[in-house]
Design a protein around this ligand. Structure first.
Ligand code: FAD
Length: 284
C-alpha cells in the first residue's frame, strides 16, 4: 500500500520543528528514522496530514556522556549510541540492549529517542530507560519539560508526549558505582522483537548481593521494573517466581502468555547471574 497524502516539512532547527508542530497541532507527526512510522504510513494505520521531518535538525544529532549519565539527542541513531565508547563506559546497558534491537541496517537509521517516543513495550530501550530511572525531555511552543520514565510510558504505542511536543533528548543515568549489568532476551529469530527480555542491574558489597533490579519488555503494556533484592537473597528461584507472578503478558501469534511468563522467570535468573558476574566484587 501507499501512504495517504501528506505535506512534508523539513525544519532546520528545533525552534522551527516545534513551531510547525504547534501550527499543525494534532495533525502532524514527527518523522525521525522512519523505521516504525513509515510502515505504519504505508499500511495507512496512521494518516497524518503533515510530517515534520527532523533529519535536517543537525543540533539534535548528539550523544553526550559525563559522570551523571548519557544524554541522547533525538537524531542520534541506535548504531551510533551502540558504538559510543564513552556511553558504554557510563551506562553499559545501552550497548548491551541495543545489540538486540532489530538488524544493523535498521539500527543505522532508527533513532534511540524515536524508539522511546514510539513506546512499544517490546522495545529494548523502553525497559532500559525505566530500569535506570531515566527521563525524556520534551519541547513545545509552550516550553520544555522533563518526564520521568515511570510517567512516560502510558500503554502500548502511547507515551506522555502531547501531539505538539518534540522529544528532544533522553537521559540515561550512569550505572551506580560497583554495579554490574546484563541484558538477555529470547526472540524467534535474531533481530526479531523479543518474546521476552530482561535487563538487570546488580550491586555487590563485601561479597554480598545488596541490590538487584530487573526491567522487563514484551510482558506487559508498559515496561515493568522489579526490585528482586530480597527474593534473590532468599533464593534465586524465589526471584524467578516473583517475576513469573508479576508480569502480565498477552497471547499472540508468536507465543502464549504462559510461555512468556516462563521466559520471564528463566531470563530473570540468567540476567541476574550475568549482572552479578559483571560486578567488580562478585558475590559467592
Ligand atoms: P520513527 O519511525 O520515525 O517514528 C516512530 C514514532 O515515534 C512516530 O509516531 C513518530 O512520530 C514518533 N517520534 C519519533 N521521534 C520523535 C521525537 N523526537 N519526538 C516525538 N515523536 C517522535 N525496535 C526495537 O526496539 N526492538 C526491535 O527488536 C525492533 N525490531 C525492528 C524490526 C524491524 C523489521 C523494523 C522495521 C523496526 C524494528 N524496530 C525495533 C523499531 C526501530 O527500533 C525503530 O527505529 C524505532 O522504533 C523508532 O525509531 P525511528 O527513529 O525509526 O522513529
Amino acid at each position: 500500500m501507499k501512504p495517504a497524502p501528506f505535506q512534508w516539512h523539513g525544519p532546520r532547527t528545533v525552534a522551527e520543528a516545534v513551531s510547525l508542530l504547534a501550527e499543525h497541532d494534532g495533525q502532524a507527526k514527527v518523522l525521525a528514522g522512519g523505521q516504525s512510522l513509515v510502515p505504519l504510513l504505508a499500511m495507512r494505520l496512521t494518516q497524518p496530514a503533515h510530517l515534520v521531518d527532523i533529519n535536517g535538525v543537525t543540533e539534535l544529532d548528539a550523544v553526550r556522556s559525563d559522570a551523571a549519565g548519557v544524554t541522547i539527542a533525538a537524531l542520534a541513531r541506535h548504531r551510533r549510541v551502540e558504538r559510543d565508547e564513552n556511553a558504554f563506559r557510563v551506562q553499559p546497558l545501552l550497548r548491551q540492549a541495543l545489540a538486540h534491537v532489530a538488524h544493523p541496517t535498521i539500527r543505522n537509521r532508527g533513532t534511540s529517542v524515536g524508539s522511546l517516543a514510539h513506546a512499544d513495550p517490546a522495545g529494548e530501550l523502553t525497559a532500559v530507560l525505566a530500569l535506570c530511572d531515566g527521563t525524556v525531555t520534551a519541547r513545545s511552543a509552550a516550553g520544555t519539560r522533563t518526564i520521568a520514565a515511570a510517567d512516560f510510558f502510558l500503554g502500548p504505542l502511547t507515551s506522555a508526549l502531547a501531539p505538539d511536543e518534540l522529544a528532544v533528548s533522553a537521559h540515561f543515568p550512569a550505572r551506580p558505582a560497583g554495579s554490574g549489568s546484563a541484558f538477555v532476551e529470547i526472540a524467534r529469530r535474531n533481530g526479531d522483537y523479543a518474546l521476552c527480555g530482561v535487563a538487570a542491574v546488580a550491586q555487590v558489597d563485601d561479597g554480598k548481593l545488596t541490590g538487584l533490579r530487573c526491567g522487563y519488555l514484551s510482558v506487559a503494556d508498559v515496561p515493568l521494573v522489579l526490585d528482586l533484592t530480597r527474593a534473590w537473597q532468599a533464593d534465586p528461584q524465589e526471584a524467578a517466581e516473583l517475576a513469573r507472578r508479576s508480569v502480565d503478558p498477552v497471547t499472540d501469534l508468536h507465543a502464549t502468555a504462559d510461555y512468556r511468563r516462563h521466559l520471564a522467570a528463566v531470563l530473570t535468573v540468567r540476567a541476574a547471574r550475568q549482572a552479578i558476574s559483571a560486578c567488580p566484587q562478585r558475590s559467592a
